[in-house]
Design a protein around this ligand. Structure first.
Ligand SMILES: [Zn+2]
Length: 674
């Protein structure tokens, strides 16, 4: 599970980084459409040993090799479209025309989204260049540069891609979450083909044994399709679907295993390699158990089919990778939280029968990302908690990370952008945000990841997938509420995690303001909320607003014709967070689908049109791009005259276009259609 940063706010980062940001470091790379591209520093890389640097190099290569897998998972035509447009981009002679500039912007947008659907809204991105320009441009270049299938003509390629690119009714949504329709046939992703939602549910329903206490993650690493009228899984593995890219990933992992920090870590990597070879989800569980038990290595990684947000039924996982290493100073904060995990579990406002008697192995650390790949690139989470299998989490615990250098880049890039001035009620809220904003943001992420997702238990016999499409937003709501509830607990001051009893108010205010108003900057006028994290934030904010109405706990006040969130009683807000947490935990523990659905549909999906309109107008005046993506640093091996590796260099000067064209050239071994 992942955490994603709020709509940006202009907090000064005073507390979070031990390595002060280099003043001259240029965090901003590019801005286009609704996107800004940033760069992140990798503090501490220079202090790693040669072996560790080498390991990061190999894992980084593996992280980049999986890029095209994700592109194909997101839509079956993605690689064809990208290869066609990149060929046009690189081979067109007149690069100054208005249409060419529009094509460049479109390419930048699909690079950001790993495909033709917006990475966040999941709506198809419509090109601003014309179909006529597209036809002429494709025809004008040497056809050997185009991704033509066997026997396909240039005209056929153009005819195939034109409706996909330009007709808004063709494949309009990557992952459809709308209630009441077939979620599989109406989603444009490539996890399923030629099957209906009912066929999918029947196929996996038959496989599942309700009495299995250690179920595999059914369907995680495959595409479900039909062959000769039979529903079949095409498994992602060496020799299977995506085999060419997976083989390259395995090759780099083998090199990484050769320089592992210790035997356990080597075993972790080798088990992952075994899984990539056999595609057996039992081996995947074995890998996860070993991975979650590796607590001593400084370097850690995610590499594989991991998160299921892209599948409307929450089974199929997108490919992602994140290479990181521990920041020892900042990790002290999360260690304190982990050491007190049982206290937090025992004192939570949930019903005793839904609590874990013993909270196992909640480990947490603060890390710096060294490389982002697949579904963690260019847009990236700020926190990760894995593995996702409930029984492994219950039995072996989970690992949780807060990604410090990514947060730093966000904070540094948003300094002084006017956001808090526009949307916060008064100087009191702004001063609190400046003083405590970064710290409480990070701490909320820590609590969400280290404790929130790991807390509570399912009652015996409860199907972990009982909440179906509502499972993700309910789970994120639960983790967020756990963090919010405890941020306001005096225990955090006692543990030295917060400086005083005032600090938590910064996060409470920001959270409600964001959930109720400012996150709507990410939604197009007239649209509903789809994304699980956004749904969870609105659910919490709207629920608290409604329940607190009678006592005027939170109100919407007007000043100079603008609306603001005002919190009149922070104590009571905390109590309401606790009350909702108890409800959500009951829904999760008992698998109460109807109650989960009702909460999500009532509070999380529909947008208040008046507020939305106003927020968009106010936000537009600030001229801030609502989404951020990143470019990776570039690692190069330094060798002596005998070819022996003597160092690994890190450089930060690659541009956004440059990086994507390089990746498409050097890390692109999959066929155009898989
Ligand atoms: Zn989460």
């Amino acid at each position: 599970m992942i955490s994603i940063l709020f709509a940006c706010s202009g907090n000064k980062s005073e507390t979070q980084s031990n390595t002060p940001p280099i003043d001259s470091f240029d965090y901003k790379v590019d801005t286009f459409a609704d996107i800004k591209i940033l760069r992140y520093r990798v503090p501490g890389f220079e202090n790693l040993t040669l072996k560790q640097k080498e390991m990061i190099y190999y894992l980084s290569q593996a992280a980049t090799e999986g890029r095209d897998i994700l592109w194909d998972q997101n839509n079956k035509h993605n690689l064809c479209i990208r290869r066609t447009l990149e060929a046009v981009y690189e081979n067109t002679t007149d690069k100054t025309s208005d249409d060419f500039k529009k094509l460049e912007t479109y390419l930048k947008r699909i690079w950001m989204a790993n495909g033709i659907h917006h990475h966040y809204s999941e709506d198809k991105i419509m090109p601003a260049f014309t179909a006529g320009f597209f036809t002429d441009a494709v025809k004008s270049i040497d056809s050997s540069k185009l991704p033509l299938e066997q026997g396909e003509t240039v005209e056929q390629l153009i005819a195939k891609l034109t409706p996909i690119l330009f007709d808004p009714n063709v494949m309009p949504k990557k992952t459809n979450q709308e209630a009441g329709v077939d979620l599989i046939t109406t989603s444009a992703n490539n996890y399923y083909e030629g099957v209906t939602q009912k066929e999918v549910e029947d196929f996996y329903g038959k496989m599942k044994n309700p009495n299995d206490s250690t179920p595999i993650s059914y369907g995680l690493n495959s595409k479900l399709t039909k062959e000769n009228g039979q529903v079949v899984e095409k498994v992602y593995k060496v020799g299977g679907m995506y085999g060419a890219a997976i083989e390259r990933i395995v090759g780099w992992l083998e090199k990484a295993a050769g320089v592992a920090e210790n035997d356990h870590q080597k075993e972790v990597i080798n088990t992952l390699i075994r899984f990539y070879r056999n595609g057996d989800l039992k081996t995947f569980d074995e890998f996860n158990i070993k991975w979650v038990q590796d607590l001593t290595s400084q370097i850690d990684f995610v590499n594989g089919f991991t998160e299921n947000y892209g599948d409307p039924l929450g089974m199929k996982a997108s490919w992602e990778s994140l290479i990181n290493f521990k920041d020892p100073e900042a990790t002290k904060r999360t260690e304190i939280i982990s050491q007190n995990a049982q206290w937090f579990e025992d004192n939570s406002p949930t019903d005793k029968k839904f609590k874990k008697e013993t909270v196992k192995g909640v480990s947490a650390k603060v890390i710096n990302a060294a490389m982002l790949g697949g579904d963690c690139y260019p847009s990236t989470p700020i926190g990760i908690n894995l593995p996702n299998a409930n029984w492994i989490r219950a039995k072996y615990g989970s690992k949780s990370v807060t990604i410090q250098n990514i947060t730093e880049a966000y904070d540094q890039a948003s300094l002084g952008n006017g956001f808090n001035e526009e949307f916060m009620w008064s100087d009191t809220e702004r001063e609190r945000a400046a003083k405590y904003g970064s710290l409480t943001n990070n701490l909320h992420t820590d609590l969400h990841e280290c404790l929130g997702h790991g807390s509570g238990k399912l009652l015996p016999g409860t199907d972990p997938d009982a909440l179906k499409a509502y499972g993700s937003p309910i789970e994120e709501t639960r983790a967020d509420l756990f963090g919010l509830y405890y941020l306001g607990d005096p225990k955090l001051v006692e543990l030295g995690l917060l400086p005083d009893a005032e600090a938590y108010k910064a996060q409470y205010y920001q959270y409600l303001m964001n959930g109720f108003m400012t996150q709507l900057t990410r939604i197009q006028p007239g649209k509903n909320i789809e994304q699980a994290h956004m749904r969870n934030r609105q659910l919490i904010a709207s629920w608290v607003f409604e329940k607190g109405k009678a006592e005027n706990v939170v109100e919407l006040k007007e000043k100079d014709g603008k609306k603001y969130i005002v919190i009149n009683d922070y104590e009571k807000v905390r109590n309401l967070f606790g009350e909702l947490l108890a409800q959500i935990q009951r829904i999760k523990s008992t698998g109460d689908f109807a109650a989960g659905r009702d909460l999500v549909e009532k509070y999380a999906v529909k947008v208040n049109q008046d507020i939305h309109k106003e927020v968009l107008a106010r936000y537009a005046k600030l001229n801030i791009a609502p989404y951020s993506g990143f470019v990776n640093p570039v690692y190069t091996l330094v060798t002596d005259k005998n070819g022996k590796i003597t160092d690994v260099n890190i450089s930060y000067n690659e541009g956004y276009i440059q990086q994507h064209l390089r990746y498409s050239k050097d890390y692109s071994v999959l066929p155009t259609y898989n």
